[in-house]
Design a protein around this ligand. Structure first.
Ligand code: MRU
Length: 352
């Protein structure tokens, strides 16, 4: 299938489908989500992943959780209570990416504002809201692509970490959107993709996406970022974000902060792509962001034919780290490019 036809979440023929990203790059397989437990599990296991994409998945997940509730004994309070409980359950799948709770809150708010008097109306409101969340994310990514491209020049070498591409969003990606737009306009970027241990989103997903789109991409191990910068091959770093605090500290895939520190040392601009759905002004600083801890098996055995670490070894496996605002040259949102001081300027962009 063409890259941009591979949406991470699809709702067609009254079925919610998820592109199982754990099978990529080997297999492009959609799986059906029938229950809220299926959606929780798909988010937890990273079958669907990337902050905006899990927001979209959760929104449709909330809809499929209520769409078969009996219409005959509809009561707006009872329906609202089930909705709230289900939203809380889905939000518990992963704690760091704010898009998850943001999308669920938005669904609940749409229902509360409308106070629908029939089950049919309630279901329609929730489906329409999920569709709007998906559509608006696609538009936001396209806009970030345009703003992002204005920061880049033809022929540049670009380093990226993890996967903030089309399958991490409704469409186009956040930090890869300008790469795709540049590709259409003959910019001939040379992209370096960090493999992104331990779950290899760079190797499995970014390398696959960019290769599929015909972009010049070179896969490197995470510990090679310094040498490619020192070699003079990198003109800009572009990354996504899972939650940006009010002061501009941004949580993203584990390893991002190290790349940002290296970029500063080598005088390379570091751009974080953050749709406003990922900006959380209620979290004051990066220290207040909850970092997801995952199973240590992901480090030592999960991706290998034979375990690469001794049985029973102690592990520490944080899924994200926080890049301090001081290392972020600019934040690219769908409403424009935000520069320091972030505390003032993020607030302004949120009200634009
Ligand atoms: O654990 P993942 O694969 O969901 O982590 C994804 C990232 O860190 C992305 O960079 C971020 O969610 C932005 S996606 C546009």
């Amino acid at each position: 299938m063409e890259l941009f036809d591979l949406a991470p979440v699809k709702y067609t023929d009254d079925k919610m489908l998820i592109l199982d990203q754990t099978l990529l790059p080997g297999k492009e397989v959609y799986i059906e989500m029938q229950t809220k437990e299926d959606v929780w599990d798909a988010i937890y296991r990273l079958k669907v992943r990337g902050a905006p994409a899990i927001g979209v998945a959760a929104a449709y997940g909330l809809y499929i959780a209520i769409k078969d509730l009996p219409a005959s004994d509809y009561n707006v309070e009872i329906f609202g209570a089930v909705l709230g409980e289900t939203a809380e359950y889905l939000a518990s799948a992963r704690p760091t990416a704010v898009n998850l709770s943001w999308a669920l809150n938005r669904m609940v708010k749409a229902f509360d504002a409308a106070k629908p008097d029939t089950a049919e109306k309630a279901k329609r409101i929730l489906f329409d809201e999920a569709e709007a969340i998906r559509r608006e994310d696609e538009e936001a990514c396209y806009a970030m692509g345009k703003y992002g491209l204005s920061l880049l020049k033809p022929g540049m070498g670009i380093l990226t970490h993890c996967n903030a591409g089309t399958i991490a969003t409704a469409k186009y990606g956040t930090c890869l959107a300008p790469v795709y737009l540049g590709q259409q306009q003959g910019y001939d970027f040379r992209v370096f993709a960090d493999e992104t241990r331990p779950l290899l989103q760079g190797a499995r997903l970014t390398a696959w996406e960019l290769q599929k789109a015909g972009v010049d991409v070179t896969l490197i191990c995470d510990n090679m970022a310094s040498i490619v910068m020192k070699n003079g091959w990198i003109d800009a770093v572009v990354v996504g974000c899972d939650r940006m605090a009010a002061n501009g500290d941004g949580a993203n895939k584990i390893g991002t902060s190290g790349v940002a520190i290296l970029a500063k040392e080598y005088g390379i601009p570091f751009y974080m792509f953050v749709p406003t759905s990922t900006i959380d002004l209620s979290t004051p600083t990066g220290n207040d962001i909850c970092i997801e801890l995952r199973d240590g098996a992901e480090i030592g055995s999960m991706w290998y034919a034979h375990p690469m670490a001794p049985a029973g070894i102690k592990t520490y496996n944080p899924a994200f780290d926080v890049t301090s605002a001081e290392y972020i040259t600019a934040v690219v949102t769908e409403k424009g490019i935000v520069r320091p001081p972030y505390k003032e300027n993020l607030k302004k962009v949120m009200t634009r």
